[in-house]
Design a protein around this ligand. Structure first.
Ligand SMILES: [Zn+2]
Length: 191
């Protein structure tokens, strides 16, 4: 049944070839509002059920690892790492990342997730590699079982279809004139 529900929503297609344009963002917001208002079968995000850690999007190029955030909403990013990632949360950088780090230090797919979150007007994003301590087995044991809830309660889950964390997903699609199958926001949003 879940598959049928998902398949129905994949009918949505951006009318603009630039997924990050204002027109595209407005369309995405409209789809989401329609989902909230009219899809009685779709689970609604709960803004008071939050992941242990979130990335807080601050002004300029600044991000911060935030813990014990009391209120959402937040976006979740699902993506394929596809190889080594230049910045991830590890034991030795937890304190520094909580003080703040630069968006430009992240690989492109993660930067695009943050850019889209910002365009949607939201402040928090959950990204597993930045919110679960990658070299801490105890933390993984606690956090991995929460992943389902983390995706379930996100305002929107962005699913990047890019082969790696370095490819990004907001590139202009005009040059590869897409057929119907490829024009769907498959690699952009799953609602
Ligand atoms: Zn829906």
């Amino acid at each position: 049944m879940a598959d049928e529900i998902a398949a129905k929503h994949l009918e949505y297609q951006l009318s603009d070839t630039t997924p990050s344009s204002d027109k595209s963002i407005a369309e995405v917001r409209g789809w989401f509002q329609n989902c909230i208002d009219n899809h009685h079968g779709c689970p609604k995000p709960k803004s008071d059920v939050l992941p242990t850690r979130l990335i807080e999007i601050q002004s300029g190029n600044c991000l911060r690892l935030a813990t014990r955030v009391q209120e959402g909403p937040y976006v979740a990013l699902s993506y394929c790492r596809g190889g080594p990632q230049k910045l991830a949360l590890v034991r030795k950088n937890v304190n520094n990342m909580a003080k703040g780090f630069k968006e430009s230090d992240l690989p492109l797919t993660l930067q695009h997730g943050i850019a889209l979150t910002r365009k949607l007007g939201l402040r928090y994003i959950w990204i597993d590699s930045l919110c679960i301590i990658q070299d801490d087995d105890g933390d993984k044991l606690r956090e991995l079982p929460k992943m389902i809830s983390n995706y379930q309660n996100a305002y929107i889950t962005i699913g990047s279809g890019s082969p790696s964390c370095c490819d990004g997903f907001l590139g202009d699609r005009a040059r590869c004139k897409l057929d119907k199958d490829d024009d769907i926001p498959r690699d952009m949003l799953q609602m």
